[in-house]
Design a protein. Structure first.
Length: 431
């Protein structure tokens, strides 16, 4: 267990949308394998390569490099129809030479999961979670209640028929109880058998595959979706996703040893954003937030929804660093903050009259924290062509150094634009 592997985990430290896709794709240029370990097509990674923007939802960010083995691990829930649609879109954009593997233990997102997702959101009314309605939560629910269908089951026609009939029967009882239209076993079965043979060649035991890559000293990049604050256990519950995006979850999500992650890289947006409902202590809405939203293109990759804007929150990122074991940070979208007179960093909260640097678990407490800020002078210089830390304006350097100090984790990268070439390295990540 003391063996040191040549691996890096990329983790979103906020509510997702921190730029993980770009950084994963950038680091994949060095990697032999990229592993997506949780979530489904409720995620969206926007990647810019040579000025062209690509949107990924299910597929690992190494898909653009033919040499890379791209793995969709057992911790994911995968809609096979959405996967084939995404591959077809990549093919239209000229991406046809790739390696892609699906865990035989990964669970499938089925049409009734999508229907349930929308129904539950509607029933909850003003208490809805703000899901993408892609069926991710209900698929994880079926996994936990042992009613799910795995890819290994899908490839066995006899077993698939049995499991699908059972699932349709159970789901239709729920739909009937809520006066919703029923789903058809025959329609779903006929739809899915048409795609089975396209999926079959990709399905393997990825646990063995990843472990062998680690043992052979291959460079393995673990990629999560969403962010730590959307973690089912350690996020801002109940407004979270249905899995854990933390580095701590990788051994279970991939079927590999506890020491499989050598470095845990936290991707941190230079400010804060959130999509959907839930508490957001540093959120503000004025001409500054409007400018940040437009300059930073802060609209959801999967949904197109405008993201809520807030100042950088050191309390939240410290929390993410602790529960995910972060060893390094990448600060993204630093260039978006150019041109403002002053910038704010949240350094602590006041909860029920007491100052704390920690994130309260209670929804009511979190929604009502008083934020204590520090203010720093901004910069006006264009930093989009910067290629080293030393080239940054003094105030930009001070801003990064204060983030590093407040979070307690060293900054190893920062980015000054959307293209992966606009990523500046301070410390080496792969050995």
């Amino acid at each position: 267990m003391n063996k040191k592997y040549n691996s890096v985990s990329v983790v979103g430290t906020q509510w997702g949308d921190e730029g993980k896709g770009k950084i994963t794709n950038y680091l994949s240029l060095e990697a032999d394998m990229v592993v997506r370990h949780q979530g489904g097509n409720n995620a969206g990674h926007s990647i810019v390569i040579d000025g062209k923007r690509y949107a990924l939802h299910l597929i690992p960010s190494g898909i653009f490099e033919p040499k890379i083995k791209n793995v969709m691990a057992n911790g994911m829930v995968i809609n096979p129809i959405a996967l084939l649609e995404e591959l077809a879109q990549l093919e239209k954009e000229g991406i046809t030479d790739y390696q892609l593997y699906i865990s035989d233990r990964a669970h499938m997102v089925m049409p009734y999961h999508i229907k349930l997702d929308g129904m539950f959101e509607k029933i909850k009314g003003t208490r809805n979670i703000g899901t993408t309605k892609k069926g991710i939560g209900p698929a994880y629910t079926d996994k936990a209640s042992r009613d799910g269908i795995r890819f290994s089951d899908f490839l066995d026609d006899d077993l698939f028929k049995i499991l699908l009939k059972d699932s349709v029967n159970i789901k239709n009882k729920i739909f009937e109880a809520f006066d919703e239209s029923l789903v058809s076993y025959d329609e779903i079965y006929n739809q899915f058998i048409q795609i089975r043979e396209k999926i079959r060649p990709m399905v393997v035991d990825t646990s063995v595959m990843i472990y062998e890559a680690l043992e052979n000293n291959e460079k393995v990049l673990f990629e999560g979706a969403q962010g730590v604050l959307l973690c089912l256990d350690h996020g801002t519950y109940p407004f979270v996703t249905s899995s854990s995006p933390t580095s701590s979850s990788i051994p279970v999500n991939c079927g590999v040893p506890l020491n499989s992650v050598n470095k845990s890289l936290g991707i941190v947006k230079a400010y804060s954003t959130r999509v959907g409902t839930g508490g957001f202590p540093t959120e503000f809405d004025n001409e500054i937030s409007d400018k940040i939203r437009e300059v930073g293109h802060e609209y959801g990759v999967t949904t197109g929804r405008p993201r809520r804007i807030g100042w950088f929150d050191a309390c939240l990122v410290r929390h993410a660093a602790r529960v995910s074991g972060l060893t390094d940070l990448t600060i993204t979208l630093l260039d978006v903050l150019t041109g403002f007179e002053t910038l704010k960093i949240a350094t602590s909260y006041v909860v029920n009259g007491k100052e704390t640097k920690n994130v309260p678990a209670g929804e009511k407490d979190f929604n009502n924290v008083e934020v204590i800020y520090m203010e720093l002078p901004g910069w006006k210089e264009d930093i989009t062509k910067v290629t080293s830390f030393d080239e940054l304006p003094t105030n930009a350097k001070n801003y990064l150094e204060e983030i590093e100090k407040q979070v307690g984790v060293k900054i190893s990268q920062f980015s000054v634009g959307p293209d992966r070439k606009q990523t500046v390295n301070i410390n080496k990540l792969f050995e």
